[in-house]
Design a protein around this ligand. Sequence first.
Ligand code: ZN
Ligand code: ZN
Length: 156
Amino acid sequence: MSKEICPCGSKKPYQYCCGKYLAGKATAETAEKLMRSRYTAFCKGNIDYLITTLHPDKRTPSDRAELTKTINNTQWLSLTVINTSKGKKNDSVGYVEFEAVYRVNELGQLHERSKFIKTDGKWFYVEGDILPGTIPKRNESCWCGSGEKYKKCHEV
Ligand SMILES: [Zn+2]
Ligand SMILES: [Zn+2]
């Protein structure tokens, strides 16, 4: 049995967290779980999962090529879920606000509020609003997760 910790930040073993969704053994019950599993799919390069969980109305013929490019260029380092609204088992719409830290040559921070819709009992990612990054105060810990103070790390 693998003891790999899930990349989504849950601190749970991968196979009991997003792994079961990526393997098709279970369906994400909430918008947050779907969001986390899509982040994990980006980390793992699971393009099929990213297309399957994208709302059918939002799919385009170039999805696979674009996802391949993103996955090849980006190293995903951490995910923090900041806020969720609706998206529970009995809802049909949900929103998840998150911050993800990644590296494309340089470190970057993605702060997004994603919208999810449930159709036929399955959650789908619809679209996301990109929000301004949350810049910490100089003496607070850096957003990159290094544990250093912001002023000693990624201050711009
Ligand atoms: Zn997970
Ligand atoms: Zn930093």
